[in-house]
Ligand binder design. Sequence first.
Ligand SMILES: [Fe+2]
Length: 292
Amino acid sequence: MSTIQTSPLHTDFAVQVHANIPDILEDPDAIQQLREIWQRSPVMIFRRQSLDESELVQLTALFGTCDKSVRKDIQSPYHQEIIYFSTLKYADGRYIGGFAGGEDVDWHSDQTYQLRPATGAILYGTEVPRDGGDIYWANQYGAWERLPPDVQQLIDGRTGTFRYAKRYALLNTLELKDKSKANALINLPDAHHPLVLTHPKTGRKALYADPTTLVAIDGLTEQESDDVLPLLFEAGGHPTLAYRHKVHNGDMMMWDNGCTMHRRDEMRLDQPRLMKRTTFRLAPDQYCLPQA
Ligand SMILES: [Fe+2]
């Protein structure tokens, strides 16, 4: 059995994985090694891959059940498991997939406003702008460790209130200016998730406090909550915890939203971009899930 090699990109939370995905899709030992690497290092970067869509779907299914419900309007015409983000257009003038605009995107964790967030994510850069658009991930185990003991004690075991309307007001990207889509999301009921997630395999604790959706700490007064939330947000996006990735064509990035946050730099719209994305549900005995 060959051992998959990794190189650290930032402490032990972000690693480059030295594997050619199509070579290992049919190799259960290699896939098991990847699962274990991912439990320790929630950001895995595979550089310069050449994957077709069925291979991307096959890889995703080895880690969890694909979330097919999200964003039907920006799905791949070939695989409903995949969504596109792009600056490119079809011949009839429609954008290929979601067009988010070039503005930067602040620190967040995906789907935190959902009652049951799907926390597994793969982003595959088929065609990537040469300038701008760097992606950053922040280690939320490190964020937990940065918090003062009294704040740790206050939030451990508590849930928070996560609301889509906050993200809408903060980010308000071009794509979200479509009122019918926005209204459907803004009317979602609040979600309540634990503010601290414990990884079932490693026992490590991670802060789960998405600044774009978290509006209150449950059980505290409004004043107490308003005093503590900025401390959580500051810890979560602390520069010492962040790995910055300059994305090249073919890079495949895989992350666990239960113990990381991510953000993106501003990017050029006059350069071609086609990113392919899968979102999937992880097993609660294998990865840390935001389940109250
Ligand atoms: Fe995201």
